[in-house]
Design a protein around this ligand. Structure first.
Ligand code: MG
Length: 160
């Protein structure tokens, strides 16, 4: 299942290494020594969680259905235009960050607001400015990055 989900992300333009780069940036103030490889391992661990896999499968499916106009209205327009009042994409991503408590949640908000790394690319190709629909994908990626960063934070705390 994990491989399938990772492949699905790749088909939508997101490689785990790109998510790991966001994690490096998030953790830099606290762990300046952190490498992309270490963050990639954390991202891989997050991807092993069933909650994460289910959230990614669901969100990407909705993006793809919107892209091919296969959702019923008014949901189609809400998802296609990434309506600012439609917040189910963020809610779905919270099921990812929740696994690692409030640190994950704070990270998620930060990544989402700053549109870090690959998120900027996803956003320029979607919504009103492009043909792609990444309404769910951007939040899923921010959620995975936030969770992977929180995981590292918890672990370094445990290590003293
Ligand atoms: Mg979104």
């Amino acid at each position: 299942m994990k491989d399938m989900v990772v492949e699905m992300l790749a088909s939508r333009g997101v490689r785990l290494e790109q998510i790991a780069r966001i994690v490096v940036e998030l953790q830099r103030p606290y762990r300046p020594d952190l490498t992309v490889d270490e963050c990639l391992r954390s991202v891989e661990k997050v991807m092993e969680k069933r909650e994460v896999q289910h959230a990614v499968l669901t969100g990407i499916a909705l993006d793809m259905l919107a892209e091919s106009d296969a959702l019923p209205e008014p949901l189609l327009t809400l998802v296609k235009t990434d309506d600012p009042l439609y917040g189910v994409d963020e809610i779905l991503a919270l099921s990812i960050t929740n696994i690692y408590g409030t640190v994950g949640l704070t990270n998620f908000g930060y990544v989402d607001k700053r549109k870090m790394g690959v998120l900027r690319v996803l956003n320029t190709h979607s919504g009103k400015s492009g043909t792609k629909v990444n309404t769910f994908l951007d939040d899923l990626v921010a959620g995975i990055a936030g969770a992977a960063a929180a995981r590292i934070a918890h672990r370094s705390e445990a290590a003293g």
